[in-house]
Write a protein that binds this ligand. Sequence first.
Ligand code: ASP
Ligand code: MG
Length: 409
Amino acid sequence: MALIVQKFGGTSVGSVERIASVAARVKQHRDQGDDLVVVVSAMSGETNRLIALAREISDKPNPREMDVLVSTGEQVTIALLCMALHEIGCAARSYTGSQVHIRTDSAHSKARIMDIDRARVRADIESGRVVVVAGFQGVDEQGNITTLGRGGSDTTAVAMAAALEADECQIFTDVDGVYTTDPRVEPKARKLDRITFEEMLELASLGSKVLQIRSVEFAGKYNVPLRVLSSFEDSGAGTLITLEEEGVEAAKISGIAFNRDEAKLTIRGVPDQPGVAYKILGPVGEANVEVDMIVQNIAEDGTTDFTFTVNRGEYEKAREILERESAELGAREVVGDNRIVKISLVGVGMRSHAGIASRMFAALSEEAINIQMISTSEIKISVVVDEKYLELGVRALHQAFGLAEESTA
Ligand code: ASP
Ligand code: MG
């Protein structure tokens, strides 16, 4: 007999009918003998509706009251789900975050979980009940209601699983697992049976639609096996996100992530002196613009070209800052391009296999795709290319690394 934490997201509990079908699914699993803790989100659209209500009253609603408001969405679903469970003869009890003492810091709307009181939940489990917990919310030291950030129910589920030392945390959602890449870009994308926490974090640009990233970090830190499954189809085992398994040779490459929201800026002809990188990036950081890739090259005339990427939404802002810096530093010019994308190859197998980068570059060159920037980490190689090559590039790499077939490579 196992202890499983199951989480159902907004669309899975989006109507009374769907809540009833979640109840049926929970009962079916419970009847097989496992102990269950179920975490639910608000009904789909509900959190947005509550936020819109607040905005009708105030442009800057008080953060404490905002959390009191938005946490109500989940309170509705825990009660309805328990009623639906009772209707089909399954003992269950609902709890809000503060009732099970999901203790957080006081950072309203983005609180972090510090501690969970497991005694109450354990007592219910021991008396044979399914425990239903409101996702997304907690309570601070002073008893104020807090929330964990949009999509935070995933983190509630993982935190419950960690606190209760559950055997697995299952996230039921509207996709049936994690794919080698976005199936809308590459229809041959394949569902992965398993993937490591690290890889999942690197695939964030694909995975963030599936899981709140913070929940994956949390699961990795406490080693909570995390499974993504469809709540609509009985589509098998989904994708298991877990630690790297010793002794099992990992696939070289797990997936291809991409990001369309990229822009790059170059400042040319910067005097090659100590402190220049700081002078350029200092003000950019102070303006809260996040910098991703950075490349610096020394030209023959003793000046340097300095290029970096930022989020496309912050391109204009970063460019203005750079124009100012350029004048001050006596640089030659600032040029930029906000029609670029980043494509990344991700896989823990990279650590133990050589030649991955050259295979990647060969595949792109065969399609005559020009690489503008490259960066690498232990389990990831990223390239920046013109946005018109996104689809072609992703498909070429998917093909080159045999990701469509059940690969044993
Ligand atoms: N209801 C919250 C939201 O929409 C939390 C969640 O769904 O995970 O962000
Ligand atoms: Mg969600």
